[in-house]
Design a binder for this molecule. Structure first.
Ligand SMILES: [Zn+2]
Length: 467
């Protein structure tokens, strides 16, 4: 029989093994498991081996027995380097994961990416949590042994960037809720921007700017960002902006009076370290408005880059900032007018050319037969030419135009029904230029892959059309 305390541990171990969140929250997971070895219980409950009672059995993740990794980063989020002991190395999909007795690497979760850096000489791409274990992920099998002491180093620049993003997100979500009772549905801390999906379908520009202003006032007020652990009941009684997703001990992260929420992520120690939060755009997704933000050093860099763009545009348009948009709109309108004029000119030119060809065309019965190689004209000329075939007399038209070294376009047109039976001439013509394509009265068109036979194609058309 298991004692009561062991039954409790049994339940906890079962939750670990099933991959569900353990009592005691997502932070400091295994604090309730005696001696840091859930295997002692799991041996009795599940007949599995572990370090405590089956030392002869290899201890690895394939047994699904969690290794207790102490997350030192929760004691101090600013530690960049730590000595740790390798507990195991395991295959994780096509990559490899290093398990340590303690770590400063944050495993991906809550919209925050996993940390990268090095463990010993091994480059760590990211850090993840699976089945209760924290895996420091690397591409190839690392040359590390169990029991080996290694120095872990965070990619601090990246981590600090995400600490700024995460803190900024708390402040922004808090302000959205306080000012407009807008809830945060999901967040994503991307490599270049932060997004917050709201439960609102839309927001006025003035509302977004009010959120931006309020958030930046909180940032500049240098408010401490603190974390405390409380039990679930107390957390629920506090009616937080978002109900805790974990049970047992809940880690509450507080930015003064601006925001308090259960969170296991990494934050800066004060609001001022988030530096700046600027809205850069929105999109609608699943009926929700998703807001895009630049936070922290990224926001400063973004301002710098946009200023550089404005300076270039200002020089190009010879106008100060406030005149750039007007100048750009004027130029676009001028371009539209010029494009229209050019289009008219090209249409007139095509009409003249076709009329000229018609005046010199062969005549078969009462039908004029116009053929031409228009390879010297602009691309798309054939379509324009077909539209300019005169309507006042029966005309058959066949034009070709080379497209690059290997392709040729062809068009056949008739301005009256019954002037040509395309199915009768198709096979003979297609063979000449290895053509593809088709159509129906009044236009047939396509491409061929033997442009060198273009002249023969036109000659064959004249013959078959009876010229
Ligand atoms: Zn957080």
């Amino acid at each position: 029989m298991l004692k009561d305390s062991e039954v409790s541990l049994h339940i906890q171990v079962k939750r670990i093994l099933s991959g569900k969140t353990l009592r005691g929250s997502a932070f400091g997971e295994y604090s309730g498991v005696g001696g840091g070895c859930p295997g002692r219980i799991s041996c009795r409950a599940y007949q599995r081996g572990c370090l405590a009672c089956c030392r002869e059995t290899p201890y690895n993740s394939s047994m699904m027995t969690p290794i207790v990794t102490k997350q030192v980063n929760y004691q101090d989020q600013y530690i960049r380097e730590l000595e740790a002991v390798v507990q195991d190395v395991a295959a994780v999909g096509k990559e490899w994961g290093i398990l340590l007795d303690r770590t400063i690497f944050y495993p991906e979760g809550g919209g925050q990416p996993g940390d990268s850096g090095t463990v010993g000489a091994v480059d760590i791409r990211t850090t993840i949590k699976r089945d209760g274990n924290i895996y420091h992920i690397t591409g190839s099998q690392p040359d590390l042994s169990r029991g080996e002491t290694v120095t872990c180093r965070l990619d601090w620049e990246r981590r600090y960037d995400y600490m700024q993003q995460h803190t900024g997100q708390h402040i922004l979500s808090g302000v959205l809720h306080t000012l407009f009772e807008i809830n945060t549905v999901s967040v994503h801390q991307g490599e270049t921007y932060l997004t917050i999906e709201t439960d609102r379908a839309d927001m006025l520009q003035e509302e977004i700017e009010a959120v931006e202003d309020a958030a930046n006032r909180i940032i500049s007020s240098n408010i401490p960002v603190t974390a405390v652990e409380v039990d679930e009941a107390r957390a629920l009684a506090m009616r937080l902006r978002r109900e805790p997703k974990v049970s047992g001990v809940v880690r509450l992260v507080r930015v003064g009076d601006a925001d308090t929420v259960a969170c296991g992520g990494m934050h800066t120690a004060s609001s001022s370290e988030a530096r700046l939060a600027m809205w850069i755009g929105s999109e609608k997704i699943r009926g929700h408005l998703r807001l895009y933000w630049k936070v922290g050093d990224r926001a400063i860099q973004d301002y710098r880059e946009k200023t550089a763009v404005v300076r270039v545009l200002s020089d190009l348009y010879s106008t100060p900032l406030e005149g750039i948009v007007g100048q750009a709109q004027n130029r676009l309108e001028q371009m539209r007018i010029l494009r229209q004029e050019l289009d008219d000119q090209e249409r007139r030119y095509a009409a003249l050319l076709i009329r000229n060809l018609a005046s010199q065309a062969d005549i078969s019965g009462s039908v004029k037969i116009i053929t031409g190689d228009f390879s010297q004209e602009k691309s798309g000329f054939l379509s324009r030419a077909v539209q300019q075939i005169p309507e006042d007399e029966p005309i058959l038209f066949c034009g070709i135009q080379r497209v690059g070294a290997e392709d040729i376009r062809w068009v056949i047109a008739a301005n009256r029904d019954g002037l040509i039976d395309f199915s009768m001439i198709r096979d003979r013509l297609f063979k000449i230029i290895e053509a593809k394509g088709g159509g129906r009265t009044p236009v047939w068109q396509g491409k061929g892959s033997k442009p060198e036979n273009g002249a023969e194609f036109l000659r064959a058309f004249r013959e078959t059309a009876g010229a």
